[in-house]
Design a protein around this ligand. Sequence first.
Ligand code: NAP
Length: 246
Amino acid sequence: MMKVYGLIGYPLTHSFSQRYFSEKFSQENIQGCTYQNFSIPSMDEFPFVLATPGLSGLNVTIPYKEAVIPFLDETDEVVKEIGACNCIRIEDGKKTGYNTDVIGFERSLQSGLQAQHDKALVLGTGGAAKAVKWVLKKKGIPFLSVSRRPEPPETLSYAELTPDLIASHRLIINTTPLGMYPLVEECPPIDFNAVESNHFLFDLIYNPETTRFLQYGMDKGATTQNGFDMLIHQAEESWKIWNNLI
Ligand code: NAP
């Protein structure tokens, strides 16, 4: 039987995953597999998705990374800890939840990380921020969270982010959607005058390739990284999980 993989979310107009996996199947000559978008306006429709013959794995995106968890039979340690799942393996009807954003971020971060990037600022407090913070904790990099709705002392407001704090936190990670297509003029409201060449600015956004946030960092000679490699790593990790390759 055809093995069916897919993505649940809503809306799925700009989904990267379907194109990525369709190209992967064709380029790597992987036979008998298909990747479908399941654009469901409510989780009430999830049981219909699960009834798809041959369904072997799913990715999960906005807004269901948390809502999907009660439907799972098992979850790995990361999903339990951060409360967000973006990958489900389905084997003999058993659904196991994973979070491959975590692996994707960790691998992608590694490429530019240097000894001086020893303290971080995490802009935004949504689902992606949870994956980012998990990785920072695992790597022993202390961080401050920055939010429009600060909860002292763990989370600062953007107004509290002084030039000194920016200068002393040389890894800055944008997990907000500010600057994402089509609103490419937007940018997290931080003082880029305090950014220097020994900073590392990481933006989870991958469209556009260079956001305002990254451009301002580049202007200061900082190391920069967009979200594209993270996306590839998380997709490849999903494939490994679905096929028991890890
Ligand atoms: P989300 O749950 O909607 O959270 C985004 C957070 O950003 C919010 O919790 C909010 O934090 C902040 N925010 C939202 N609108 C804002 C605004 N107008 N001004 C300032 N802050 C704002 O989204 P998410 O799932 O975490 O995803 C966030 C971004 O990461 C998206 O662009 C997504 O495409 C990207 N992403 C990329 C990858 C990848 O593989 N590259 C993976 C996952 C996500 P506060 O309310 O605390 O301010």
